[in-house]
Design a protein around this ligand. Structure first.
Ligand code: ADP
Ligand code: MG
Length: 596
């Protein structure tokens, strides 16, 4: 019998480890940027091509490595950051497992060039798929550049899990945005396919960094948070309640300058805002929390950035208190402010062309080709833009009973209960009708009457929606889908979408809100199905545009509603499947009153 247990050779082991560390291009970028941070860099430049699949390069002006360390760094478990298990508990640096570089090298065409302050030249280490190590030298400034080309070229199975370039680029942008907020003392620049995407000044001002990342409109609507209790400091900015989004993508939490996620912090945020936000809204937030490392456990999920606090309650209450205090004075828009509690070694090496910070507003080329959308627009039949407001709807002269077409049911309105349920008789049956659900059904049927583009209306005053750069990219990538839904959208800045056309029968603000929920759908589905998107969108649209329960309706309006409801394809359920009406025949009533 042959032995079946074998020790994996180092290269295979590295490829296996790579599966854990190197999930997708964004995880490579994250590891490399964290190494640059650990090396004390004050400027980090990231360059990717094709969502990072063909090229990832991270360059820094950090301390660099000696030639011997450069060679060691691509070996497994080579780390300069810990020596023993005890160090794990006091670790302050981001990486410490010594796995990242060998794992990345194992699945790419890898080059590292690095120069420390004692060396005259940089050492160049290159490998292909983790083997064939070549050494060389090169002239460069002090610091390190790591280049990984053709990611997963030798692991085709992994390549299949990688999404489209724009999805991967979105992940990278998202992750770098958060790191840039956590480390606003480091100048971080990100270029994708040669285009500058992020440009953070690194001047230590969180406010300026937020403005550089999210645009000045967002920066104009944020409130400063600053609070300290029992050794826990909470500093940052939160959005005014008017600045909401339908998901948590723009909430960033950092603990001791490390980006983290923690459910309890989300809850503290939600609770502090409680009644100020609509049921499905999330506020903008960037909170930098500083506390004694002894009360956190950062090694829960080295990759997933999940964090545990051994004293959850005190972190929760500090955060809740900090946010609540800031919200009690919502008019106080924070001025330019400099962090004080988070200090870092500033490296001022002139060699890394540290140009003065500048907020890049680009309006060069659109992110996607807009011509197909324009063509579709030209060919589309633009229907009469006749928005009907609720008021108009209420005031409209409803048809009188006698003007009903002969084939119509006989309808009599008795009244309304709790401004929610219409009491009516229809062809001798007693009906209780939910006014909101009924109107929802009517609107839904009207919108779905066509399989073509949803009828739209031109806005006199365009709606502007502030988003993160990656959300803008996603929205524009789906501009044609939005066009089908009745929208015309355009990129008006890297962080703003202009909406010039919206679906009929709704207000601009409702349309903007629906746009955000459709965007959320696209974010949540890797391969969004247009038909499903349309169905979900119409459901929500009908719900948002329908008369609310509690609205006072006059008899004509109720009559009109019931008449229209009976003409719909499924008058008995709303688009969500809930009943629109409950019907009692005379026999039912006799039975209920035991009069048989
Ligand atoms: P870890 O970060 O877990 O120590 P890595 O594989 O990411 O492991 O890096 C291995 C070692 O290489 C690090 O401990 C560090 O000494 C060195 N290193 C990696 N990247 C850089 C960099 N950009 N600048 C200086 N040293 C670096
Ligand atoms: Mg590392």
């Amino acid at each position: 019998m042959s032995d079946s247990i074998k020790i994996l050779d180092t290269n295979t082991a590295n490829k296996v480890a790579a599966g854990e560390v190197v999930e997708r291009p964004a995880s490579v970028v994250k590891e490399l940027v964290e190494n640059s941070i650990d090396a004390g860099a004050s400027v980090i430049e990231i360059e990717t091509e094709q969502g990072g699949m063909s090229l990832i390069r991270v360059s820094d002006n950090g301390c660099g490595m000696t030639p011997a360390d450069a060679e060691l760094s691509v070996r497994r478990h080579a780390t300069s950051k810990i020596r023993s298990i005890e160090d794990l508990f006091t670790i302050d640096s981001l990486g410490f497992r010594g796995e990242a570089l060998p794992s990345i090298a194992a699945v790419s065409k890898f080059t590292l060039d690095t120069r420390d302050k004692h060396a005259e030249f940089a050492t160049v280490v290159s490998l292909s798929g983790g083997t064939d190590l070549q050494l060389g030298s090169l002239g460069r400034a002090i610091g390190t550049s790591v280049t990984a080309r053709d990611l997963f070229f030798n692991v085709p199975a992994r390549r299949k899990f990688v999404k489209t370039d724009s999805t991967e680029h979105g992940h990278i942008t998202n992750m770098l945005t958060k790191i840039a907020l956590a480390r606003n003392d480091i100048a971080i620049r990100y270029k994708h396919n040669g285009k500058l995407i992020l440009n953070c000044p690194g001047n230590g001002s969180l406010f300026t960094t937020i403005a550089a990342l999210y645009g000045k409109d967002v920066a104009a609507q944020i409130i400063e948070v600053s609070y300290a209790v029992n050794g826990i400091t909470v500093y940052g900015y939160i959005g005014k309640p008017s600045l909401i989004r339908s998901n948590r993508a723009w909430q960033t939490f950092c603990v001791n300058r490390r980006v983290i996620t923690n459910k309890m912090l989300f809850r503290a945020m939600d609770n502090a805002y409680h009644s100020l936000l609509p049921r499905h809204g999330y506020c903008f937030a960037v909170l930098l929390i500083a506390l004694d490392p002894a009360i956190i456990d950062i090694n829960v999920h080295p990759q997933k950035s999940e964090i545990k606090f051994s004293d959850e309650q005190s972190v929760y209450s500090a955060t809740y208190k900090a946010v609540s205090l800031a919200l009690t004075n919502p008019e106080s828009i924070a001025p330019e402010s400099t962090q004080t509690e988070v200090k870092s070694t500033q490296h001022t090496r002139s060699s890394f062309h540290a140009a003065p910070p500048r907020i890049e507003r680009y309006s060069q080329k659109p992110l996607v080709e807009l011509e197909p959308i324009r063509t579709a627009m030209r060919n589309a039949e633009i229907r009469a833009p006749k928005p009907v407001s609720e008021e108009e709807y209420c005031n409209a002269s409803a048809p009188q009973q006698q003007s009903l077409p002969a084939d119509s049911a006989h309808i009599e309105i008795y009244g309304n209960f709790a401004n929610t349920f219409i009491l009516a008789s229809v062809d001798g049956n007693l009906l209780l009708i939910d006014q909101h659900a009924a109107h929802e059904r009517i609107i839904y049927d009207k919108l779905t009457d066509t399989t073509e583009r949803i009828p739209s209306q031109q806005l006199l005053i365009n709606e502007f929606v502030e988003l993160s750069p990656q959300e803008c990219t996603l929205a524009i990538a789906h501009a044609l889908d939005f066009f089908e839904l009745g929208y015309t959208i355009e990129l008006s800045s890297p962080t703003t979408i202009r909406i010039s056309e919206i679906p009929v029968d709704m207000t601009g603000s409702t349309a903007a809100e629906l746009f955000l929920s459709a965007l959320k759908y696209l974010q949540e589905h890797q391969k969004p199905d247009s038909a499903k998107l349309r169905h979900e969108f119409l459901q929500t649209a009908a719900c948002r545009a329908a008369i609310m329960s509690g609205a006072v309706l006059d008899r004509n309006h109720m009559f009109d509603l019931v008449t229209k409801l009976l003409k719909t394809k499924s008058p008995y359920t709303c688009p969500h499947g809930r009943p629109t009406s409950i019907s009692f025949s005379q026999a039912d009533l006799y039975k209920m009153f035991k009069r048989t």
